[in-house]
Design a binder for this molecule. Sequence first.
Ligand code: TYC
Length: 146
Amino acid sequence: MMDFILKAELQALSTRSKKPRNRSTATRITRHPERFVVRAQDGDEDDRQGDIATVTSKPKLKRPPMYKVIFLNDDYTPMEFVVIVLEKFFHMDREKATQIMLTVHTTGSAVVGIFPRDIAETKSELVNEYAQEHQYPLRSVVEMTD
Ligand code: TYC
């Protein structure tokens, strides 16, 4: 009997959750498992007081895996050009762009941003094409985050 009540209640709950959501509801994403509390209702045949079943489902939304865009140092690309690229493609202000450029220059490489895979790859390709068009050897690569 409890099984019957559970199925009926879960169906009712899932039907309810399919109604169209507005933006604020849809973006309220939880990291925690959803928990449905199902109660036997008045009028149900086997309506024992205090019957509560809890079903814990897996969260349905996974964060996309993230990828690093990394700038590599070289001996020829002008510092000013690297700064301009960081401003143009990664929306950095001049101070931040200069700091990252100097990290690449002194250490050999630096992460300039972390994005979902498609965005990381597109940005890296755009940077490499832009550098080629200007005949500079500046290169960026994409790496999966650990
Ligand atoms: N090392 C270059 C120079 O001395 C500057 C540079 C910085 C080049 C960062 C590439 O990703 C880079 N002109």
